[in-house]
Design a protein around this ligand. Structure first.
Ligand SMILES: Cc1cc2nc3c(=O)[nH]c(=O)nc-3n(C[C@H](O)[C@H](O)[C@H](O)COP(=O)(O)OP(=O)(O)OC[C@H]3O[C@@H](n4cnc5c(N)ncnc54)[C@H](O)[C@@H]3O)c2cc1C
Length: 442
């Protein structure tokens, strides 16, 4: 059903004993990345492209199965392309331009993300996260073959981290037992539940949303839909308070039902109950195969600071958003695009460490912008009071006839650049824009 890449992705980097495990004293590396998700692997690609050694430690042996993220934005594709992994993503991905918004059974409006002139990549592609990750890991292997000092170690679980003044000490568990490593810099890319954050006692604060969503990725057998994104508010099929339908590669469709907070998850996850919702939504006689399903809830949270001395957090470990707006993996890619060159200059002695503080300031700002937009989208989809509900439906009614109301439905375009107004890298007013020279010694 899927191409081989998807099936093999589960064990892309099987455990292999490393020479570091047999050394009598811990080996020191310039950069260790904790976590081999999309953000951790992007870190290795960014540093590898600069010739900077980087070891990624992951507690699995390949990419996570099941399509968590499916929407990847133009900016992520541009960044992946800089690493040499963007083109295969676009080739495999589904390019979509047309989005349709429905309220009950009526189409309220549609929007078109037509390719912008002069842009190499489309506004969005839909691609299962395991594919997105495996294209980057394959690129890491290619870089390795070409001599870049990067590696990923499977089944290397980081169990403890001690932060010293200018380095960190990591205890790593493997199938052959534990070993110790040291790193000048540790990049924490270990996901939303970040064990690293917990080990170091950092808080992760924000808002938990009281709603659940049931995802069913299905393969259509005798039916198809256009390559468009369709979103229903209060659909009359009654399978959820909202429903999203999106096409993915390999003829797989994502259906995402909003099913409420007080649900019996075990009961909802039974195949017959998922099929009941799907049948009500798709109509009689539509044949499909179920590929993957899950129930998710979500939160919008971030760490107060992303840099703590030699430990730097990125991706979901640093900030988490709701999936609405597709700002999770996409914003993690932007973290690394921001961090990579700065860390490179610092490691090569071409910039002082303080340059890394601008990563913290800029990406905390980026995270706040993402949290704001994703919270707005979520509040719109799941109104929290009867009054909000009335206003929400009024906006939907207005947007059917009046252009001005439509941005209130589609609350933020991900591909718009983040404006780093308060960055220490900005020059003083009146001077040409660009990095303040005192910060960068090139
Ligand atoms: C339903 C759903 C839909 C989504 N849709 C989108 C979307 O369309 N677009 C989008 O951009 N984002 C989307 N996201 C969010 C996206 O999946 C995440 O933002 C993304 O996976 C974060 O990447 P990461 O590398 O930061 O963390 P993760 O992908 O969580 O990776 C963390 C890695 O760290 C490893 N790890 C953890 N602990 C340790 C340890 N102790 N030692 C070693 N390794 C460790 C884990 O095994 C994992 O490999 C969605 C999420 C969900 C749940």
């Amino acid at each position: 059903m899927f191409d081989d890449r998807y099936t093999l992705a589960y064990r892309l980097y099987p455990y292999a004993r490393h020479a570091d495990q047999d050394k009598s004293a811990p080996v020191r590396h310039p950069v260790v990345v904790m976590g081999g998700g999309p953000v951790g692997v992007a870190t290795a690609l960014d540093l590898g492209a600069q010739g900077i050694p980087c070891v990624v430690l992951d507690d699995h042996e390949g990419v996570g199965m099941g399509s968590r993220a499916i929407c990847f934005a133009k900016r992520s594709l541009e960044i992946a392309d800089r690493y040499g992994a963007g083109k295969p993503m676009v080739e495999k991905g589904v390019v979509w331009n047309l989005g349709k918004v429905f309220h009950k059974d009526d189409k309220v409006f549609e929007f078109n993300l037509l390719p912008e002139e002069g842009h190499e990549f489309p506004a969005f592609i839909n691609l299962q996260q395991p594919y997105f990750e495996s294209f980057m890991i394959e690129r890491l292997f290619e870089m390795q073959k070409d001599g870049a000092p990067v590696e990923i170690r499977g089944k290397n679980r980081v169990d403890s981290v001690t932060v010293k003044e200018d380095h960190v000490v990591l205890e790593v568990m493997t199938p052959d037992g534990p070993y110790t490593l040291e790193a000048d810099w540790l990049i924490g890319c270990d996901g939303a539940n970040s064990p690293l954050r917990t080990m170091l006692g950092h808080e992760f604060t924000g808002k938990v949303f009281k709603d659940s969503f049931l995802i069913a990725d299905i393969k259509m057998i005798n039916e198809s839909f256009p390559t468009e994104r369709w979103f229903w508010f209060e659909p009359s099929h009654g399978s959820g308070a909202s429903t999203l339908l999106h096409k993915q590669p390999d003829d797989v469709w994502r259906v995402d039902f909003q099913i409420g907070w007080d649900v019996d998850r075990k009961e909802e996850m039974k195949e017959e109950n998922i099929r009941r919702r799907l049948d009500a939504f798709l109509g009689e006689g539509v044949d499909y195969e179920m590929v993957w399903s899950s129930i998710y809830t979500f939160q919008c949270k971030r760490m107060e600071r992303f840099r703590h001395g030699p430990v730097i957090f990125a991706g979901d470990a640093a900030h988490q958003v709701s999936p609405f707006g597709a700002r999770g993996a996409n914003s993690g890619m932007q973290d690394i695009d921001n961090l990579g060159w700065k860390l490179g200059l610092v490691i090569n002695g071409q910039a002082p460490e303080s340059l890394l503080d601008s990563y913290n300031i800029e990406r905390v700002h980026g995270a706040d912008e993402n949290i704001l937009n994703s919270t707005r989208a979520t509040d719109f989809i799941t109104p929290k009071s009867e009054t909000s509900h009335i206003f929400r439906n009024a906006v939907l009614e207005l947007s059917e006839h009046y252009e001005f109301a439509r941005p209130l439905v589609n609350s933020g375009r991900l591909s718009l650049p983040c404006v780093y107004d308060g960055s220490p890298l900005n020059s003083a007013d009146g001077l040409p824009h660009g990095p303040a020279l005192s910060l960068i010694h090139i």
